[in-house]
Design a protein around this ligand. Structure first.
Ligand code: PLP
Length: 403
């Protein structure tokens, strides 16, 4: 069986983790802080806070910005549920926006969805392909939209407009007009979950890149405290002589990253561009070269003059296939010992969001993208021979189902 997405693992990662295990400090400490510094340099933003997941990061930022009941947050209908659930946790109103043909949130749909209650927009770089951030950033700065914005606290007053928080769970290393994902919007959140490009088993990070007068280091400190019960000193700081006394300044959360997790990330980030991204791009190129000749193939966008993907997923679409034909094709591919996936089942199709009143018919592009989509395996250890085997399995399966 060709698996879908095993993590990349080697002796360097093992050695770094073991070093941490015997170091006398296994939770948040020097390795997490070092990982944060490397991530800040990598993304070109102002500061980075590592956490236990991307989900925790998205939610902490919504709390920091004071998002709550009565507020609206615009989220793509086509994403993983984490992007939407955090909005529900805050008691705010979810507003779904339809997708574009490139799988990402449609700018036109965002524009239609904005009201005077909109506080945050969460674009998602599906499969690692960066959204059109110039268009999104320009939208929230437009005079008519800015003048509708109603600030309800100090943070909202300082920004004076809708906050853009990019869900970059797929797209660390993606590039847009020469800049790296991390520095393209006010806030960017990475995921280091086991299936993502850069993994710490579980983990995530908030990249802060807020404009003046915000002090991104100060906001980092505040959210660091928020991620540790609202406690003014972490366990490491309290370990120092005469430093045992601490205060609780708010009822915070508990979602810090451990040094064990950070050890894995430290190794990966240092070889990410020249190693991981090169391999992934090679795999996508090989799929593209092998599949382009078929009439029923729609190749996903992963490179253009102004954008590069992080090559996270290969989102193949079968032209003209119905949802049930697509399902049958997936069955046939699995029968040939190849694991594939679907990214994603649009949220309005799920029981919970349906219960909130969302209807799939209102997001036709998201449905069309989903109904014909099959995600092929992409990971560091996928060899060229395995890529060729996946292609053979897909071609055979489509031949059998569609003819
Ligand atoms: C994986 C994923 C997340 C959640 O990441 P965690 O680190 O598991 O919380 C959020 N959004 C998208 C689009 C994802 O694919």
């Amino acid at each position: 069986m060709i698996p879908f997405s095993p993590p990349r693992m080697d002796q360097r990662i093992v050695d770094e983790v073991v070093d941490t295990l015997f170091s006398g400090w296994i939770t948040t400490g020097p390795k997490t802080k070092k990982f944060e510094k490397l991530l800040t340099a990598y993304g070109g933003h102002q500061s980075t806070l590592c956490l236990s997941s991307a989900t925790a990061g998205l939610e902490l930022v919504l709390h920091w910005y004071g998002v709550g009941p009565g507020d609206e947050v615009i989220v793509p209908a086509y994403t993983y549920n984490a992007t939407a659930n955090v909005v529900v946790h805050c008691g705010a109103t979810l507003v779904f926006a339809d997708a574009s043909d490139d799988f990402n949130i449609s700018i036109k749909a965002i524009e239609k969805a904005i009201t005077s209650k909109t506080k945050v927009i969460i674009p998602v770089d599906i499969g690692g392909w960066p959204c059109d951030y110039d268009a999104i950033n320009a939208l929230v700065r437009r005079d008519d939209i800015r003048s509708e914005f109603k600030a309800a606290n100090k943070e909202q007053e300082q920004l004076g407009r809708i906050l853009i928080m990019s869900d970059a769970a797929h797209s660390i290393g993606g590039r847009y007009k020469g800049r790296t994902v991390g520095s393209l919007t006010d806030i960017t959140v990475y995921s280091f979950h086991a299936v993502k490009n850069l993994t710490t088993a579980e983990g995530g990070a908030i990249c802060f890149n807020l404009p003046p007068p915000f002090d991104n280091l100060q906001i980092y400190q505040r959210l660091n405290i928020k991620s540790l019960h609202g406690q003014t000193k972490d366990a490491l700081a309290k370990n120092q002589i005469g430093n045992w006394r601490y205060d609780i300044v708010e009822p915070g959360y508990k979602c810090n990253m451990t040094d064990i997790q950070a050890s894995m990330g430290l190794i990966e980030i240092q070889r990410y561009d020249e190693d991981m991204l090169v391999r992934r791009k090679h795999i996508l190129d090989r799929y593209k070269a092998a599949l382009s000749k078929y009439k029923w193939v729609q190749i996903p966008l992963y490179e253009s003059p102004d954008r590069q993907s992080s090559y996270h997923l290969f989102l193949l679409r079968i032209a003209g296939a119905s949802e049930s034909q697509r399902d049958s094709i997936i069955q046939e591919i699995f029968r040939q010992e190849v694991a594939v996936n679907v990214h994603f089942v649009p949220l309005p199709l799920m029981t919970f969001y349906k219960g909130l009143g969302y209807r799939m018919e209102d997001y036709p592009v998201a449905y069309d993208n989903y109904s014909r989509e099959i995600t092929l395996p992409v990971y560091y250890d996928l060899t060229d021979d395995m890529v060729d085997e996946v292609v053979r399995a897909v071609v055979k399966a489509v031949g059998k189902v569609i003819g």
